[in-house]
Ligand binder design. Structure first.
Ligand code: ADP
Length: 200
């Protein structure tokens, strides 16, 4: 099962990806987590990404594309993966298509988490407050506003992009976490039966 979780910052992509990983044993590939690990380890990529991420801007496409390509070719991705936070631009989506084709792979579904933006701002502010010392550099009100505008300008166009493939399925991300998971599991059931992605 090869899935993309799409949605604005704070929509719950990470939470849902972790649950899918636990339930279905499919690895979660979060470019945000991978980049934060690189920042922490002060690798060359991390040093390049640190300030960009703190501002809420996007790390250059070629950097994240390379990270993803390295990761999806690892053995644990043999049965699929859940992409969380990638692709974030149309260029990344195109690079993903090229790399999947090069490895003889296809996407199964793109799950869009639909959420209310005002509720999101509150969620992310809470996350910043509750996490105590481990507050993310980009979980400030200012950076969040910027991440939202970056999402609208650069990532939201992917919804149209994937709508044309017949693989896009929307989920109401404002429900309780369990209800969102249940809806996603229902979609995965349909994907397994061939009822999603038939047009793509
Ligand atoms: P969010 O909670 O905002 O969805 P993520 O953890 O997915 O956050 O990403 C945090 C930051 O990491 C982004 O604001 C961006 O700077 C960088 N990043 C993550 N994924 C990508 C990507 N696919 N392309 C470019 N930058 C990325």
């Amino acid at each position: 099962m090869r899935l993309i979780l799409l949605g604005p910052p704070g929509a719950g992509k990470g939470t849902q990806a972790k649950r899918l990983m636990e339930r279905d044993g499919i690895p979660q590939l979060s470019t945000g987590d991978m980049l934060r690990a690189a920042v922490k380890a002060e690798t060359p990529i991390g040093l390049k990404a640190k300030d960009i991420m703190a501002r809420g801007d996007l790390v250059p496409d070629d950097v994240v594309v390379r990270i993803v390509e390295d990761r999806i070719t690892e053995p644990d991705c043999g049965n699929g993966f859940i992409l969380d936070g990638f692709p974030r631009t149309v260029a990344q989506a195109e690079a993903l298509e090229t790399m999947l084709a090069a490895h003889g792979l296809e996407l199964d579904a793109v799950v869009e988490l639909k959420v209310d933006e005002e509720a999101l701002a509150a969620r992310v502010e809470n996350r910043a407050r509750e996490s105590g010392e481990a507050v993310r550099d980009d979980d400030t009100v200012e950076a969040l506003k910027h991440r939202m505008s970056v999402y609208r300008a650069q990532t939201a166009p992917l919804i149209d992009h994937y709508a044309h493939t017949g693989k896009l399925v929307a989920v109401d991300g404002m429900q309780e976490i369990d209800a969102v998971s249940a809806q996603i599991e229902g979609i995965l059931g349909k994907v397994r039966n061939g009822a999603v992605g038939a047009a793509g």
